[in-house]
Design a protein. Sequence first.
Length: 165
Amino acid sequence: MATHSNRAVSETLGVAVLIGITLLVTGAVGVGVFIDTVADDDSVEFTFDYAEQLDQLVIVYQDDEDFAANEVYVEGPAGNFTWAELTEMEDETASILDDDTVFLNDAGPYGADVEEDDQFIITYAPADGESRVLAQWGEDEEGAEDPLDPDTGPGPGGPGGPDEP
């Protein structure tokens, strides 16, 4: 006489549940890695080196993303300048290359000493697209201008931009 065992059903159900949990955990980790990778793709690398004795800030572009020098703005207390102005490029539409360097001090195009508590915002503002902040240096003070606000932020429409006399 044949009898049915509930034990085989429980083992099968247990294996199915374990496989389901494994797939769920693996999927969650995979999605987390994918989301983190997508977020990192949007970042741009600049390094900042402040020399107190020289009252100078050195900014080095260390990325391979292609930006036209006249579409990258460096805003600080002395004004809003394009990367092309600060590097005195003859061809303002030339791309910024890896290891391109800007020296912000009173002797160069920036025209002012840099203090340790100054704040600088680097913004990409293409003529045919939306502005985005690439990097920033210094303390984010309360009441500071919103870099994404087209009326107060850096870029072509902001203070010191090419639209302002």
